[in-house]
Design a protein around this ligand. Structure first.
Ligand SMILES: [Zn+2]
Length: 396
């Protein structure tokens, strides 16, 4: 009988093992020119201390993500064409924005926009209009988000939720090695609400009553509602305009401009979704397609005017930032002469959490920062004059 019971020591070791396996940490060392009178360390509301997080999702996994959106963002030459229908209805004119579409990290680096893809495993690689698994894997490795969007995109009841939610995640995991627990509801079918959480999803996005954010405007002020993220985030997402009369560059720009203005007083998370990028808006059987020119010009407008105030990343990346921001602890603070050291500890991650990023603002009183170093994070960046530090926690 005895062998079925753990000794107290064994149990402590076991608990210690699991606690350690889930712990994410980072250590920071800061040098000042003189001993500061005091200092503060504050997590930034949004990564890179931006006013606005903008998540653009491209739904349903059409191949023009690969042929048009991704190379455009990366700064590679693209021919204006229509890959969605498998025919060339575009102008055939080549276009290239050298350097691609980028935003600033607040520390002197420009980073490519990171978009999100909401996909249905049953459609991937099915025909020439859809992304292949290999393409999807490359996009995932380029830090684009992959969202669970249902196995068959089922939108009419009755729906096999187990199949739509769990099978889809499992197949994506089989093909690209990542289990997506962020669910974008197909066709905003409200019957998915609750099912996603019961079937292991971490967050659910859709234009559904009762979800967080502003309906038809797709934004949420992210200043402080910690519980909203910890208890399964349910966030409204908004389509780019469906009807061609409203879907134009000036409407997109003026909406984005109003969001950026709101973000000056309180940080905002804004999101939109679209479907096809590869052609003009009138050549599609489905709605809310930016098409080639609108996508190019809208992304260009954001990059040209808002690179310093906006952070462009997928829904999952932003949700995970908010989770880390609100759950990580700053510990072991030691000010030894001119040198400040401290650790950041996240004791519990979300299931299959992918990003562990945190931006901190360190403000000394009566001193200047002369050096910032982050242990074991080659991607960390920092700005001595503003005290901004962008880092990622790593598993212990
Ligand atoms: Zn869809």
């Amino acid at each position: 009988m005895k062998k079925y019971y753990l000794t107290l020591t064994g149990m402590c070791m076991l608990i210690g093992f699991f606690a350690q396996a889930q712990e994410y940490t980072q250590s920071v060392t800061i040098q000042f020119d003189v001993v500061p009178a005091s200092y503060t360390i504050v997590p930034a509301d949004l990564k890179y201390n931006k006013n606005v997080a903008y998540s653009l999702t491209i739904d349903d996994g059409y191949v023009d993500v690969w042929n048009v959106a991704y190379p455009l963002i990366q700064g590679n030459p693209v021919v204006e064409t229509d890959m969605f229908l498998g025919n060339n209805y575009g102008s055939g004119m080549p276009f290239q924005r050298v350097g691609g579409y980028r935003f600033s990290d607040g520390c002197g680096q420009m980073l490519p926009f990171r978009l999100g893809l909401a996909i249905n495993a049953s459609q991937m690689g099915k025909n020439s209009r859809r992304l292949s698994w290999e393409q999807l894997k490359t996009l995932y490795q380029a830090d684009w988000d992959i969202l669970n969007h249902g196995h068959y995109h089922a939108e009419e009841l009755p729906i096999d939720f187990q199949d739509e939610i769990v099978q889809n995640a499992g197949q994506i995991n089989d093909h690209i090695g990542f289990y997506p627990r962020h669910f974008a509801i197909p066709a905003n079918q409200s019957a998915y609400v609750g099912k996603t959480q019961n079937l292991g999803m971490v967050a659910t996005y859709g234009a559904v009553n009762g979800f967080l954010g502003v309906y038809n405007n797709g934004y949420w002020q992210v200043g402080g509602d910690i519980s909203a993220v910890n208890n399964h985030l349910k966030l409204i997402r908004t389509s780019v305009p469906v009807d061609s009369a409203s879907l134009n560059l000036s409407a997109l720009m003026s909406k984005f401009q109003s969001i950026a203005t709101l973000g000056q007083t309180q940080p905002i998370w804004y999101n939109e979704y679209t479907h096809a990028i590869g052609a003009g808006t009138n050549q599609y059987p489905t709605n809310s397609n930016l098409g080639f020119q609108l996508f190019r010009d809208y992304m260009g407008f954001i990059a040209d005017n808002y690179a310093d105030v906006v952070w462009i990343a997928g829904l999952q990346e932003v949700e995970e930032y908010l989770y880390v921001r609100d759950n990580a602890l700053i510990t072991n603070q030691v000010l030894n002469g001119n040198q400040l050291t401290f650790d950041i500890v996240l004791s519990h991650a979300q299931e299959d959490q992918r990003h562990f990023d945190l931006s901190l603002l360190v403000k000394p009183i009566g001193a200047q920062i002369t050096n910032i170093s982050v242990a074991n994070d080659s991607n960390a960046s920092s700005n001595k004059s503003t005290g901004l530090i962008n880092l990622s926690l790593t598993q212990n």
